[in-house]
Write a protein that binds this ligand. Structure first.
Ligand code: G1P
Length: 291
C-alpha cells in the first residue's frame, strides 16, 4: 500500500448529548485539559505521517476552521510580550508542513456520505479516517500510526476494533472475522449496530480506519442503511468481500468522548498524565473519593 498522507475527519455531527454547551461550541472543540478534542485526533494523524487533513464540516462548524487558521493578532501579541512558550503552543496547532482542507457536507446523510464528500481532496490514494469522538490514549506510537504500519506491511485496509460486551453491540459497527480470534484478523463481514442476538461477534469498530480509495466507488452506490443513513460500515462490508480488510485491536485506551462520561474519564486520564497537573489531580481525587 502507498504511504497514507491524507486523513479525513468527519466533524459534521450535532453534538446534542452535550447541550447546552454545544449550542454555540461544536463538540470537537470541547477541551480535554487544555486542548480541544479535535487536536488529539489531528496530532495522532500527524504522528502517523499524514500531512493533509480533510475536515468534513457543516455550516455550523466555523469554530473548527477558525481554530486551525493562523491567529496573526494573537501571535503578534505573544511575540511582543516575549511569551515564547505560548507562541510555540499556538503555532503547533498545525505544524508548517501540514495543510488543512475544509469540505462541507451540506446534508447530514450519514458517516459514509461524509467520507464520500472528501473524495475530491483524497483522490485515488489510501487514506485515513479518524472520528474525533473516539479519543485513544497511548504511551507509545499512536493508534493510527500502528494501523498505518500494519496496512503497509500487509498491503491491506485496516479497521480499529475493540472487544465490547455483547449487550453493547447495538452502539457499534461489529466485524465478522469468521471465528479468527487472531490480531490482526481478516474481516469477512460487518454489520452496523446489530442487536446483541444478531451480532456476528463482539469486536466493535472504533473510529480509526486506513482505507483503500476503492471504498469511494462502493460508497457511491451504497443505499441508506441503519437509521436511514449512508453507512461507512456497509461499504466496508462490501470492500471486505473483494479485498484484504483487517480488524486490528490497537494498543491503547479508547475513550468515547461522544458521551458525557467518556469526556469525564478522558479528562481524568489526561490530568493524571500531565506533568504539571498530575499531583494536584491525584490529591484532589483521593480527597473527593474519601468524602
Ligand atoms: C460510528 C460508526 C460505527 C462505529 C462508531 C465508533 O458510529 O458508524 O460503526 O462503531 O462510529 O465510534 P457513531 O458512534 O458515529 O454512531
Amino acid at each position: 500500500m502507498l504511504k497514507v498522507r491524507k486523513a479525513v475527519f468527519p466533524v459534521a455531527g450535532l453534538g446534542t448529548r452535550f447541550l447546552p454547551a454545544t449550542k454555540t461550541v461544536p463538540k470537537e472543540m470541547l477541551p480535554i485539559v487544555d486542548r480541544p478534542l479535535i487536536q488529539y485526533a489531528v496530532d495522532e494523524a500527524i504522528e502517523a505521517g499524514c500531512d493533509t487533513l480533510v475536515f468534513v464540516t457543516n455550516r455550523y462548524k466555523h469554530a473548527v476552521a477558525d481554530y486551525f487558521d493562523k491567529a496573526y493578532e494573537l501571535e503578534q501579541k505573544l511575540e511582543k510580550a516575549g511569551k515564547q512558550d505560548l507562541l510555540a503552543m499556538v503555532r503547533e496547532v498545525l505544524p508548517a508542513h501540514v495543510r488543512a482542507v475544509f469540505v462541507t457536507q451540506a446534508e447530514a446523510l450519514g458517516l459514509g456520505h461524509a467520507v464520500l464528500c472528501a473524495e475530491p481532496v483524497v483522490g485515488n490514494e489510501p487514506f485515513a479516517v479518524l472520528l474525533p469522538d473516539d479519543l485513544i490514549w497511548t504511551r507509545g506510537r499512536g493508534a493510527l500510526g500502528q494501523m498505518v504500519d500494519l496496512a503497509a506491511s500487509r498491503n491491506a485496509s485496516v479497521i480499529a476494533v475493540q472487544e465490547v460486551p455483547r449487550a453493547q453491540t447495538g452502539s457499534y459497527g461489529i466485524v465478522d472475522t469468521a471465528g479468527d480470534e487472531g490480531n490482526p484478523a481478516r474481516i469477512h463481514g460487518m454489520v452496523e449496530k446489530p442487536a446483541p442476538e444478531d451480532a456476528p461477534g463482539t469486536r466493535a469498530v472504533v473510529g480509526r480506519y486506513v482505507l483503500s480509495p476503492r471504498v469511494f466507488e462502493l460508497l457511491r452506490d451504497t443505499a441508506p442503511g441503519r437509521g436511514g443513513e449512508i453507512q461507512l460500515t456497509d461499504a466496508l462490508a462490501r470492500l471486505a468481500t473483494s479485498s484484504n480488510v483487517l480488524a486490528y485491536a490497537f494498543e491503547g485506551m479508547r475513550f468515547d468522548c461522544g458521551t458525557r462520561i467518556g469526556l469525564v474519564e478522558a479528562t481524568i486520564r489526561y490530568a493524571l498524565d500531565h506533568p504539571e497537573l498530575a499531583d494536584r489531580a491525584r490529591d484532589f481525587m483521593r480527597a473527593a473519593l474519601a468524602e
